[in-house]
Structure formats: C-alpha cells, structure tokens
Design a protein around this ligand. Structure first.
Ligand code: KIV
Length: 278
C-alpha cells in the first residue's frame, strides 16, 4: 500500500520524524522505496545533478514527467511528489492546474511541490480544491536564484523571518499538506514547525523540522560539482565508480576481461560446419 498524505500528517502528530529523499530514475527509486522512505521527491534538482544544467531554471515539464514516470515504476510504497518546474505555475491558475494534473495523470505522482509562499497561495488552494495534494516550499527557493542573487541562507533578518512565518501560515490555510523549509536558520525553522499543524520538511533548516529532505546524489557522494554545507555524505559513490570504471578499462586493455566465465558457448559441430563452409 502506498503512503498517503494523511499518514504523513499523522507522523507529525505522533512526533515521528519524516525522512524524504529525491530520486530521478527507476533503479534509485526502487532502492529508496525498499529502504522504507515514506516520501520521494522527483526534484527539479534533477536539472543539476542528472542533466548537468547550472541551475534548476532550464528544467522543462517534459523532462520532469519523463523522470517522474521512471520513479513511479520503481517505487511502489513511497508517496511520490513531482516538483513543478520554473514558470509552469506562475502565470495563470489554468497553467498551474494543467501542469500539476500532468504530474498526476501522466507522471503517476500523488502530489506536487511548488516554490513560494503568499504569492502562490491562490494556486495552491485551487489545486487542492481540484484534488491535487500540494507541498509548499519556502526559504531558499532555487528557481528564484537570479532574483535572490544566488543560493544563500534566508530568513536571518527580522522582516524576512516574519515574511516566512506569514508564508507558512498562508500555505497551510491554502491546504498544503506539508512545507519544505530550505536553508532557513534552525531557530526560525523551529518556530515555523511549532506554529503549523502540517509537517515541515527541512533541508539545511536544522534538526527541529518534522522531517528532512536531501538530494540523493549529495548523500551518496555522487554529485561533486558542489557539496552543500547541509548535506552529509553517507557514501562516496563517485570515487567508487571511478575506481570500478578504471579497473574495467584496464582489464579490457590487458585482455583479462571478458573471460570464459563471461562468455556464451555453442555446439562444437555447428562452429566446425561454419568453418568448413566459409
Ligand atoms: O529539487 C529539489 O531537489 C528540491 C529539494 C532541495 C527540496 O526542491
């Protein structure tokens, strides 16, 4: 049985921490699902860690749907959240509805995430009214990179902190089932978490959020172009993969791979006949 948004909300009531990870493909989603991670985000971070873009801004709906389908094929139990790309929910409510519905209908996700607070509240309410669960996202919102002047901690100053408290309240009123807090100072994250009935899911937002989300490539040490301070590497797969690939290359060059163990045989008579005839 797949995890539901109600079960995610109940985890907060039980004070049970909520782990969430990103996944972008079938194989990884299957492993994350089998490790009993209740929430998977098909993040637009895929633009950077999978597709090699410099930011999340170029990511398209087509790319997101393609990867969401793969994740849905791999993960049978986790609740899957599709991340709405830049400008696919900003212009009109119809755009937001149309694109969110694609995640659910075509992609097979169970919820969508969009960045912003008060400014997107009307769209959040409409999506929820139409039966599409929404996860909010405030603090550092990477799709606004150019407006913000880069990837920085947000909410340290009084006015901005007040704005995030207000945004969080408004998103909850609009019907969001959870809110990502990205790169907000730990004491502010705690305040927001205590204020809300719905769960907060932090990334670089301190230990007191109801849940934590990380980019899978960061915690596995796969994406090494930029390692954020808030990410802990539980493995160093990039290094292991490089060793494996170099060993393979050396073995092919030295004729030590493949061996008989990696090859297929056929009837001796057939090959003899072929030799005679050719
Ligand atoms: O795209 C993403 O991976 C995200 C997380 C950082 C929350 O939005």
């Amino acid at each position: 049985m797949r995890v539901t948004i109600n079960e995610i909300k109940e985890m907060k009531q039980r004070k049970e921490k909520i782990p969430m990870l990103t996944a972008y493909d079938y194989v990884t989603a299957k492993m994350v699902d089998e490790a009993d991670v209740p929430l998977i985000l098909v993040g637009d971070s895929l633009g950077m860690v999978m597709l090699g873009y410099e930011s999340t801004i170029p990511v398209t709906m087509e790319e997101m749907i393609h990867h969401t389908k793969a994740v849905v094929r791999g993960a049978k139990k986790s609740l899957i959240v599709g991340d709405m790309p830049f400008m696919t929910y900003h212009v009109t409510i119809s755009d937001a509805l149309y694109n969110a519905a694609r995640f659910i209908q075509e992609g097979g996700a169970q919820a969508v995430k969009l960045e912003g607070g008060e400014v997107v509240a009307e769209k959040v309410k409409r999506l929820v009214d139409c039966g599409i669960p929404v996860m909010g996202h405030i603090g550092l919102t990477p799709q606004s990179k150019h407006q913000l002047g880069g990837f920085k901690v947000r909410g340290k100053a009084l006015e901005e902190a007040k704005k995030f408290l207000n945004d969080a309240r408004i998103l909850e009123e609009a019907g969001a089932f959870a809110i990502v807090l990205e790169c907000t100072p730990a004491p502010l994250s705690r305040l927001i978490t205590e204020m809300l009935a719905i769960p907060t899911i932090g990334i670089g937002a301190g230990p007191d959020c109801d849940g934590q989300v990380q980019v899978i490539s960061d915690i596995l040490g796969l994406y090494t172009d930029f390692v954020p301070k808030h990410a802990k590497q539980y493995a160093r797969l990039a290094e292991e993969i490089k060793v494996a690939v170099s060993t393979y290359t050396a073995e092919v060059k030295s004729h030590s791979f493949p061996t008989g163990k990696n090859s297929y045989t056929m009837d001796e008579d057939v090959i003899k006949q072929l030799q005679t005839e050719s």
